[in-house]
Design a protein around this ligand. Structure first.
Ligand SMILES: Nc1ncnc2c1ncn2[C@@H]1O[C@H](COP(=O)(O)OP(=O)(O)OP(=O)(O)O)[C@@H](O)[C@H]1O
Length: 337
C-alpha cells in the first residue's frame, strides 16, 4: 500500500546540512498497522511527512496505493492526498469551531454539498464515539476526545491510508489505550492501512502488525513483528523485553531465549532440565502479549561453559526458540549469525 524507496531528505539550517532521512526503504502492506519507532531526532516525522509530500524528499520514490506521488501534478496530488488522512500529537483543531464544525471542515474544502456533509459528519462522529459532543468546542473536551475529533476529521475523505504522527504522545496511559483501540478497530472495520510514528514501545506492542526501528535517519530493522522478534540480535525484542546487562559467572552459560506464538506455550525450561538432567536457573524475563501474539524473553543460566552446552543449545533452537548465547567474552554469539 505504501512503498518507499531510497528516500532521502536533508535540511539546511544555519549553514549546516542535516540529513533527516538517509536512504530509507519501507513497505507497508495493505490493511496493516506499521509502527516506526525511534528517539527524538531520528527522522520519524520527516519520513512520515514525505509519505504525503508535506515534505518533498531530495531523492527517492514514494508510492501510495499504486500511485507515484512525486510524478503527480499539483491538482493530482491534492486529489491523492484525500486518500491519505493524517492525525497529529497536538490534534490541530480549529478552536473557534465546534466538534462537528471541525469534522465538517475538510468536507467543505472538498466541496461536499451541505446536506450530504451533515450526514457524513454525523456518521464520522458516531464512528469515533463523539455524537453527544457534536456541539462542544475543543476547549470543552478532553485530550482523548480531541484526538477522536482529529481522527474523524482525518477520515472525512474516506482515506485508505492513515498517517499518525505521535497521536498518543500527549495523552495519559488510559486515554492512550482507548485511542489505540479505536485505531485498531478502524483498521479492522474499514480495512484502513495505518503508518504511525512513535517513541513508545508500548504503542508497537499493543497495535502494530509490523514495525521498524529508526536511528539517525536510517531503518535499523524493519518487518512483521513476529519475524523481527525471532531474528537473533533483534533490537525490537531487546526494546520490548529489556534484560539487564549480563554478568557472566565462570563455569556457566547465560542464554537469552525469545519465544513467539506456539513456541510460547511450551514448558521449555522444565523440558530442558529433565532431558539433560541439569539445573536451569532463570535470571530474568517476561511473557506478554504483542498484538495478537504471545511473546516472551527469558535469560536462563545453564551449568558449564557454552562449549559443553552445545546439545542443549541445539535442542532449544530445534524447539523453534531464538537463542542468543552470552559467551565468556559476553559477545552475543547469536547476534552474529
Ligand atoms: N524544518 C527543519 N529544518 C531543519 N532541520 C530540521 C527540520 N525538521 C527536522 N529537522 C532535523 O531533522 C532531524 C530529524 O527530525 P525529525 O523531526 O524528523 O525527527 P523525529 O524522529 O520525528 O523527532 P521528534 O520526535 O523529536 O520530532 C533532526 O535533526 C531535526 O533537527
Amino acid at each position: 500500500m505504501i512503498q518507499i524507496e531510497k528516500l532521502r531528505k536533508t535540511y539546511r539550517a544555519r549553514g549546516r546540512t542535516v540529513t533527516a532521512v538517509d536512504g530509507v526503504d519501507l513497505r507497508v502492506r495493505e490493511g496493516e498497522i506499521f509502527g516506526v519507532l525511534g528517539r527524538s531526532g531520528a527522522g520519524k516525522s520527516t519520513l512520515l511527512r514525505c509519505v504525503n509530500l508535506l515534505e518533498r524528499p531530495d531523492s527517492g520514490r514514494v508510492r501510495v496505493d499504486g500511485r507515484d506521488l512525486l510524478a503527480l501534478s499539483g491538482r493530482e496530488l491534492r486529489a491523492a492526498r484525500q486518500g491519505i488522512g493524517m492525525i497529529h500529537q497536538h490534534f490541530g483543531l480549529l478552536t473557534g469551531r465546534t466538534v462537528a464544525g471541525n469534522v465538517a471542515f475538510p468536507l467543505e474544502v472538498m466541496g461536499v454539498p451541505r446536506g450530504e456533509r451533515a450526514a457524513r459528519v454525523a456518521e464520522l462522529l458516531e464512528l469515533v464515539g463523539l455524537t453527544e459532543h457534536a456541539r462542544a468546542y475543543p476547549a470543552q473536551i478532553s485530550g482523548g476526545q480531541k484526538q477522536r475529533v482529529g481522527i474523524a476529521r482525518a477520515l472525512a475523505g474516506r482515506p485508505r491510508v492513515l498517517l499518525s504522527d505521535e497521536a498518543t504522545s500527549a495523552l495519559d496511559p488510559e486515554t492512550t489505550g482507548s485511542i489505540l483501540e479505536l485505531l485498531r478497530s478502524l483498521n479492522r472495520e474499514l480495512g484502513l492501512t495505518i503508518l504511525l510514528i512513535t517513541h513508545e514501545m508500548d504503542v508497537v506492542k499493543r497495535i502494530c502488525d509490523s514495525a521498524a526501528i529508526m536511528r539517525d535517519g536510517r531503518l535499523a530493522e524493519s518487518g512483521p513483528i513476529a519475524e523481527l522478534l525471532t531474528r537473533p540480535g533483534s533490537q525490537l525484542a531487546r526494546g520490548l523485553f529489556p534484560l539487564p546487562e549480563p554478568t557472566p559467572r565462570p563455569g556457566t552459560t547465560a542464554v537469552d531465549v525469545t519465544f513467539v506464538g506456539d513456541a510460547a506455550d511450551r514448558p521449555f525450561v522444565s523440558e530442558l532440565a529433565r532431558r539433560y538432567s541439569i539445573d536451569v536457573n532463570i535470571l530474568g524475563g517476561a511473557v506478554e502479549r504483542v498484538g495478537d501474539l504471545r511473546v516472551g524473553r527469558l535469560r536462563i543460566e545453564l551449568p558449564g561453559d557454552p562449549d559443553v552446552n552445545a546439545a542443549q543449545l541445539a535442542h532449544l533452537r530445534d524447539s523453534g526458540l531464538t537463542v542468543e548465547v552470552h559467551g565468556r567474552d559476553t559477545a552475543l554469539e547469536g547476534a552474529a549469525s
